[in-house]
Design a protein around this ligand. Structure first.
Ligand SMILES: CC(C)(COP(=O)(O)OP(=O)(O)OC[C@H]1O[C@@H](n2cnc3c(N)ncnc32)[C@H](O)[C@@H]1OP(=O)(O)O)[C@@H](O)C(=O)NCCC(=O)NCCS
Length: 181
């Protein structure tokens, strides 16, 4: 497993010690509005279960979601990374990300998503990578477009309408995907 770093962020594989950090996201209605199926904050049990899933994904596949801290001051910033996702019977690898609300719109999600894609292609050797989001999650769609991902189709996920974006290794190699300017 290679270290995960971007220009401004450091990542480590999600583990149980990240509970307090992840609560910052799960307790915040601004973050959960587009992350939870019902758009509401989640309790501690949900956070523990999510960390257990993330840890298990790392153990089984040797890749997964990184918890992010800001290099300049070490504060928890959010998470980003890669995980397996079943879509219409196919196993894909999705890039996923969430940033704490007081640090939105500073380019952190785009920077972390671009680095995750780079890891997926360069280290995992993926042929293509996907991202999904709720149709009206304009911030997340903007992050995907910043990373040169292209809209592929509408899908249903968790019984809600989502959009599926994709990028191939060749497209990523040819695109100028750098995250934060
Ligand atoms: C979506 C999210 C990850 C964006 O994080 P971020 O660090 O603010 O994103 P960036 O700063 O990299 O912004 C990328 C682009 O999205 C735009 N953007 C960010 N939030 C936006 C919003 N709410 N509406 C419209 N555009 C938005 C930014 O302006 C930027 O575009 P620009 O450079 O052309 O101005 C963040 O809002 C978040 O964590 N939301 C809650 C969790 C979530 O929805 N995660 C994604 C699940 S699929």
């Amino acid at each position: 497993m290679l270290p995960f770093t971007t220009a401004r962020l450091l990542g480590h594989p999600a583990c149980d010690d990240d509970f307090a950090s992840l609560r910052i996201l799960h307790e915040d209605p601004r973050v959960m509005a587009t992350l939870a199926p019902d758009g509401r904050p989640r309790d501690a049990q949900f956070t523990r279960a999510m960390l257990a899933r993330m840890r298990s994904h790392w153990e089984r596949h040797d890749f997964g979601v990184w918890m992010l801290t800001r290099a300049e001051d070490g504060i928890f910033t959010g998470y980003a990374g890669l995980q397996h996702l079943q879509i219409d019977g196919e196993t894909e690898i999705e890039v996923m990300y969430a940033i704490r609300a007081d640090l939105w719109r500073r380019g952190y999600a785009s920077e972390a998503a671009a680095a995750s894609l780079s890891y997926g292609f360069a280290t995992l050797g993926a042929a293509s990578l996907v991202a999904i989001t709720l149709v009206n999650n304009h911030g997340s769609r903007a992050v995907m477009e910043h990373c040169a991902m292209r809209y592929e189709r509408d899908i249903e996920h968790a019984e809600l309408p989502h959009v599926l974006y994709r990028i191939t290794a060749a497209e990523f190699g040819g695109a100028n995907v750098g995250g934060h300017a």
